[in-house]
Design a protein around this ligand. Structure first.
Ligand code: EPZ
Length: 418
């Protein structure tokens, strides 16, 4: 089994370049098959998730070339076929082929998607929207068949401002007839990125970044190019590393406005940082103030940074409270941090931290992607050796993690061990 081994306690200095956003590119790639033209996606990260989407595109007959950072997808020969369970369950974003194939072929056969096990992750809002747009849905166990003889616009109110449902509706509605309105749409920066690509392809979409998006369906989309936005969650993760163990630690190529809530909390905690228009330089300090955190949909504090943030809270001088409001079970990192010496009382969605705690390296396991990110941060901070198992979760979302951290002085490597 592959593990990440970290000898902690080192001061890290230098520059980390932030990659393209995982949660954007996993929507941009399926969107490319809405056209029989060529779509080029710049700043594409090499991740297990992008590799799995590539396998689905190839299964569908699309041609895909992936150079360093540049992904070229030619949708000319794309045909519709069943996306089998062993591909769809590799990642959450496989479900974007629902919207994309429904848009292009008016039919999709696909199995339930995978993704991090962080509580129930239903797709009822996606299905309800497709139904409103004229699709019939047949479910056979985990297999979903959606058919729409006539795919038409609809007025859709999302009970939850779901990122996935918003993207899936955008994909299908771009090629539906008439007008679709999404109310209570997700406002995440990744939504703006996908809408930019769709509009570059000839779609007619307005309102991205607000809670009301209007899509006027068109008959055909054409080839286009897009640049993936910087990964705000990767950036936030490295910012926490800089705050805890950095000296002249620069996180470069980020969009500070996408990280407003984290920056504001770091300011409240007394983190030493200097912000520029696309970078931030951090230095560790001896003492942090405690803060309370509640995760919320964008522009609130991102759930995906809640787990990495936990490590910073273990170092605050006093008591901090944490509440997770998006997922039911995003606390897989808590018992592992306690093993390392943190003082945390926790339930599935709430935690109380008492700090500062001295962390000590030990053997821990990554229950999911961002829990793994938290353990990486903790391992860098801890005294001694930390070995993290189940690292496939981490490698799904952080490009060149070991290489990037080694380049700033971390003692980190992947080892093969049982
Ligand atoms: C995206 O997941 C991200 N994944 C997640 O990142 C992120 O945590 C999440 O958005 C919120 O920001 C990708 O982009 C691939 P949602 P998604 O639909 O789209 C409920 C990471 O660590 N809901 O916005 O699946 C749902 O249960 C990952 O990178 C329904 O009830 O999230 C959740 O409580 C993890 N019914 C809430 O909405 C539905 O039909 C938000 O989910 C859909 C969602």
């Amino acid at each position: 089994m592959k593990k990440i081994m970290i000898n902690g306690g080192k001061t890290l200095s230098g520059t980390i370049n932030i990659s393209g956003a995982k949660n954007s590119v996993v929507a941009l790639i399926p969107a490319a098959i809405l056209t029989d033209g060529v779509v080029k996606i710049y700043n594409t990260p090499h991740l297990t998730d992008t590799e799995n989407l590539r396998r689905i595109i190839e299964l569908l007959g699309g041609q895909i070339e992936f150079g360093r950072g540049e992904l070229k997808i030619d949708g000319k020969n794309v045909k519709n076929c069943v996306i089998p369970a062993d591909l769809s369950n590799q990642l959450r974003a496989s479900y974007y082929f629902m919207g994309a194939l429904l848009g292009r072929f008016r039919r999709v056969d696909i199995y339930f998607p995978g993704g991090c096990k962080i509580g129930a992750r239903p797709i009822d809002l996606h299905l309800k929207a497709f139904k409103k747009m004229g699709a019939t849905i047949v479910r056979d166990g985990d297999k979903y068949t959606l058919v729409a003889e006539r795919l038409h616009g609809a007025k859709i109110y999302l009970d939850v401002a779901s990122v996935g449902a918003t993207v899936n509706i955008l994909l299908a509605a771009s090629l539906a007839s008439g007008e679709t309105i999404i109310e209570n749409a997700a406002k995440e920066p990744e939504i703006i990125n996908i809408v930019s690509l769709l509009n570059n392809m000839g779609a007619r979409i307005s309102g991205a970044g607000t809670d009301k998006i209007v899509i006027i369906g068109v008959d055909k989309l054409h080839g286009a190019t897009i640049e993936t936005i910087p990964d705000r969650i990767e950036a936030g993760t490295y910012m926490m590393i800089g705050a805890l163990v950095g000296h002249d630690f620069k996180v470069d190529n980020l969009i500070p406005e996408h990280l407003d809530t984290l920056i504001s909390k770091m300011r409240d905690m007394g983190v030493d940082f200097k912000l520029d228009h696309d970078s931030i330089v951090l230095n560790r300090v001896d003492q942090f103030e405690p803060v309370d955190i509640k995760t919320l949909v964008y522009p609130g504090f991102p759930t995906d940074l809640g787990q990495p943030m936990a490590v910073l809270l273990t170092q605050a001088n006093g008591s901090s409270k944490f509440v997770e409001t998006i997922y039911e079970r995003r606390g897989g990192h808590f018992p592992e941090l306690v093993k390392m010496g943190a003082d945390i009382e926790f339930t599935n969605t709430k935690a109380k931290f008492k700090g500062p705690s001295k962390l000590k390296g030990c053997d821990v396991s990554a229950s999911d992607l961002r829990a793994g990110a938290a353990l990486i941060i903790a391992g860098l901070l801890a005294e001694g050796t930390t070995k993290i198992s189940n690292i496939e979760h981490i490698l799904r979302g952080y490009e060149d993690l070991v290489e990037k951290l080694s380049s700033v002085g971390a003692d980190i490597k992947i080892v093969e061990e049982n």
